[in-house]
Design a protein around this ligand. Sequence first.
Ligand code: GUN
Ligand code: ZN
Length: 431
Amino acid sequence: MMQAYRASLLHFTADPALVNDEQAYDWHEDGLLIIKDGKVVAAGNYAQLKATLAPGTVITDYSGKLIVPGFIDTHVHYPQTDIIASPAPGLLPWLENFTFPTERKFSDSEHAQNVASFFLDELLRCGTTSAMVYCTVHPASVEAFFSESEKRNLRMVAGKVMMDRHCPEFLQDTAETGARDSEELLKKWHGRGRQLYALTPRFAPTSTEAQLQLCGELARAYPEVYLQTHVAENTDEIAWTKSLFPKARSYLDVYDHYGMLRPRSMYGHCIWLDDRDRERMAETGSAVALCPTSNLFLGSGLFDFAAADAAQVPLSLATDVGGGTSFSMLQTMNEVYKVGRMGGTYLPALRMFYLATLGGARSLQLEGTIGNFVAGAEADFIVLDREATPLLARRCAQANSLEELLFALALLGDDRTVAATYSAGVKMHQK
Ligand code: GUN
Ligand code: ZN
C-alpha cells in the first residue's frame, strides 16, 4: 500500500560544508513524500508527484509543517536516562557518583527493559529515529535494548560495554568474558531486522591491554560490525590515559595500536585531539560524535571545527545523555551552534540539520538506508511544527529564507516542535 504525505520537504544529498548549498539539499515548499512498504518511493514537488500516486492512495496533509528525515543521535547511553541532570564537577566524579551506581541496576532484565522502553519512546517523542547506543557491561542490558527496539522496528546500533578495570567490581567483565559475550551478542543481533551491533569498550582507562587486544581482534574478524568508544573528552581523563599507556603517542593512538580505527567506528567527543590524530581518523574512515550539551555541562571543552574540517574528519551530532542534558537533537543544535561560535566557527542551520541527519548516516556508512529521502531509503521521517510555541510561530513568520527558518527551529525548537515521528513508514509518535 502506498502512503503519501504533503508538507514542506527538506533533505540532504551532500554535505553543505563541502559543496554549494543548492547542491547539498533538496527543498520543496509544497512537497510530497511517497512511501511504500516502509521505504521511500519518491520525494519532491507536490504538483509534479501527485499524478504518480496509485489510485486510491490517501494523502496525509501536513501542509504548513516541515517533513525532514528522522534525527540520528550517534552517541547516547540508554542506562543513564535516570541520571540525566546529575550535578558533578567534571567527568570522572560524575562517572563515580552517578553513572556507575545507576548502571549497576542493569543486571536486572526487568529494570533494563523498563528503561529501554522509556528511552526509545523518549527518542521518538524528540524526533530521533536512529541512535548509536551504549548499554551496560551486562549482556541482559543489550538483550533488553534490542528487544524493545525490535518491537518498535527501529534502526538502532548498540552494544555491550566492555570494561575490566578501574571501575567498581560489580561493573567489571574480564578480557575473555567481555569478548565472548560481545561475540555472542553480535552474532545474535547484528543484522537481525533493523538492529546493528557495536563493539563497545567504554574508554581506554577502563580496559586492560588484553581487553583492547581482543576487541581489536573482534573488530578485524567482523568488519561489518560497528565499534564505539570515548576519546579525548576531558583533560583529567587524558592525563590518566597517558599514565596508563605511556608508550602511546596520544590517547587516540591507544585505539589505533589495537586496530580500532576503521570505517564503522564512532569516537565520542574528540575535543583534545591533535592534527596527527585527526589525520588518522580521516584516513581510516573513523567518525566523530559531537556531544555539545555534554561537553558544556561537564565542562569538558569546546570542539575545534576548524581543525576537524581542515582534516576532513566525518562528523555527526549526538546527545550523550546522561552526560548530555537533552534528548532533543534540536536543543543539541542550539548548543553546538554556540560551541562553534566560541571557537570562532559559524555553523549555518543547514549544516546543523545535515549533521543531525545525513551526516549521521554517512558516519555510520548507512547512506541510502537512513538519513535522507532517496528512493529505496527506509521511511524514517518527522514532522516539524513551526508554530509549536507562540514564540516560535512569531519568529518563523518573520523568516525570510530557508536558512532563517531552520535556524529558528534549531535555536528555539525542542520536543514540542516534533508534531509526529514515523519509523519505516509507521507513525510512532504524535503530539
Ligand atoms: N567516558 C567514559 N564513560 C563515559 C560516559 O558514560 N559518559 C561520558 N560522557 N564520558 C565517558
Ligand atoms: Zn558517552
